[in-house]
Design a protein around this ligand. Sequence first.
Ligand SMILES: Nc1nc2c(ncn2[C@@H]2O[C@H](COP(=O)(O)OP(=O)(O)OP(=O)(O)O)[C@@H](O)[C@H]2O)c(=O)[nH]1
Ligand SMILES: [Mg+2]
Length: 242
Amino acid sequence: MLSVIIIPTYNESENIEGIVRDILNLECGVSILIVDDNSPDGTGEIADRLSREFPEVHARHRPGKQGLGTAYRYGFSEALDMGATCIFQMDADYSHDPRYIPQFVSAIDDHDVVIGSRYVEGGGIENWGLLREMISRGGNFYARMCTGLKMNDMTSGYRCYSRDVLKAVDLSRISATGYGFQVEMSYVCAALGFDMFELPIVFTDRRVGQSKMSGRIVWEATWVVAGLKRKYRDLNKTARRT
Ligand SMILES: Nc1nc2c(ncn2[C@@H]2O[C@H](COP(=O)(O)OP(=O)(O)OP(=O)(O)O)[C@@H](O)[C@H]2O)c(=O)[nH]1
Ligand SMILES: [Mg+2]
């Protein structure tokens, strides 16, 4: 049983070392795969140093910023090649508290996908401005309307997939590069009939460093999510369960 946590990074030099050490200090036997897009602030060099220090830490480098979604797609196939049995997604910026990792690891035994959810009982958000929370809640409302899924937090980027799920999903078809990626993955997993569980998490705003959130990412998510049902109508016909 090998759990691999994928951490995509772009300019996270102030966060990456702390988050990696905090995860390893949990001593829950997970490996970490950092996917850095040639960050100008030297995050990639820190990742390389950590990979030399800890055998559980692996660093991959892409030549330039290509978006979160493609970093995850790349990380998923690398983690599958490493033989991972469960594959996490996690941000480097401390929004995703490592203390939940053991709960994810135990929940993935009983479910195909575990989503860290801010919008179920026991979950929440700390230190976000009103506008940011409105975009997130509005985005989830919109995603529920467009997809018909009942999930409360489809845009959460703190999640864990079992190996079978990522083997079943045709990753080359996932087109969203930003936030829409989380919704597109959720939709495809549900359409394939996988069992998805929302684990309550408290999400905190990034401590340091700059957000990569942009109007372009929100716009991409808006049109990608609107087209999901149509794009994947073939999957709905072949789903194992509905
Ligand atoms: N490799 C790679 N990582 C990225 C890219 N864009 C964002 N990331 C990383 O993805 C994670 C989430 O990005 P954030 O900037 O925190 O975006 P966000 O969490 O949606 O926005 P905030 O809530 O404002 O922090 C962080 O670890 C980023 O460093 C990218 O193009 N390539
Ligand atoms: Mg963030």
